[in-house]
Design a protein around this ligand. Structure first.
Ligand SMILES: Nc1ncnc2c1ncn2[C@@H]1O[C@H](COP(=O)(O)OP(=O)(O)O)[C@@H](O)[C@H]1O
Ligand SMILES: O=c1ccn([C@@H]2O[C@H](COP(=O)(O)O)[C@@H](O)[C@H]2O)c(=O)[nH]1
Length: 210
């Protein structure tokens, strides 16, 4: 197998990164993509109580174990299999389990800060930024975090004002300039999904022919 192609999908929280990645993944041949979520590499916080973990700033680069993330991406690039951590947003911590991630032809790297972090950015062959207005992002986040991440409305609003919004302005929005492609609206942008799926299928065809 040739070296994998790394596609980065970056954007603010609630922009639709996960939705667009899942859509692309469901439309390409089975088992041709591995997904590397920077979120899976939030630092282990088992030494802290739940109350202490609630106070962590999860939108700052310090919250992530980017060393391990970059090491794992490089392992995949070399053709090795890695044990990807599994993160549980409900308890604000890594679980004890890991999941095997294999070096497929296409590797999608997804996260808030993947373009801000130069050492991640430089490993990416194609960089896509999902650009969604702030009002839409916060509305989506309220619905998702209350339904899927065991959060109250008050906690979502407080976190948005104290860390999510400032980090978006400081780290995420300025990193948009590194994008090759800017996609509006996220997962329901079917034209963007179709273009990416077509590109990936063509990369796969060349990989199999090479
Ligand atoms: N285009 C869209 N229209 C409506 N809801 C969307 C759209 N894209 C994503 N969502 C919803 O918004 C929430 C956040 O999307 P998600 O893909 O998790 O964003 P991100 O990974 O960027 O934080 C999810 O509940 C998702 O179902
Ligand atoms: O324990 C945690 C870890 C992260 N968060 C928030 O999640 C988002 C990132 O996830 P997206 O899927 O990109 O929205 C980030 O903004 C953190 O604030 C959390 O609340 N708790």
């Amino acid at each position: 197998m040739r070296q994998p192609i790394f596609i980065g999908v970056c954007g603010g929280s609630g922009s639709g990164k996960t939705t667009i990645v899942n859509r692309i993944n469901s439309e390409v041949p089975e088992k041709s993509i591995s997904i590397m979520e920077h979120d899976a590499y939030y630092k282990d916080q088992s030494h802290l109580t739940y109350e202490q973990r609630c106070k962590t700033n999860y939108d700052h680069p310090f919250a992530f174990d980017t060393d391990l993330f970059v090491e794992h991406i490089k392992e995949l690039k070399k053709g090795s299999t890695i044990q990807k951590p599994i993160y549980d947003y409900g308890i604000h911590n890594r679980t004890k389990e890991t999941i095997i991630s294999e070096p497929k032809e296409i590797i999608i790297v997804e996260g808030l800060l993947i373009f801000y972090e130069e050492r991640i950015r430089e490993l990416l062959d194609i960089k896509i930024f999902v650009d969604t207005d702030a009002d839409i992002r916060i509305l989506r986040r309220i619905v998702r975090d209350m339904n899927e991440r065991k959060r109250s409305l008050d906690s979502v609003i407080n976190q948005y004002m104290s860390t999510v919004r400032p980090a978006h302005e400081q780290f995420i929005e300025p990193s948009k300039k590194y994008a090759d492609i800017i996609v509006t609206e996220g997962g329901n942008n079917l034209v963007a999904v179709d273009l990416m799926v077509t590109k990936i299928k063509s990369l796969l065809e060349h990989a199999y022919r090479a």
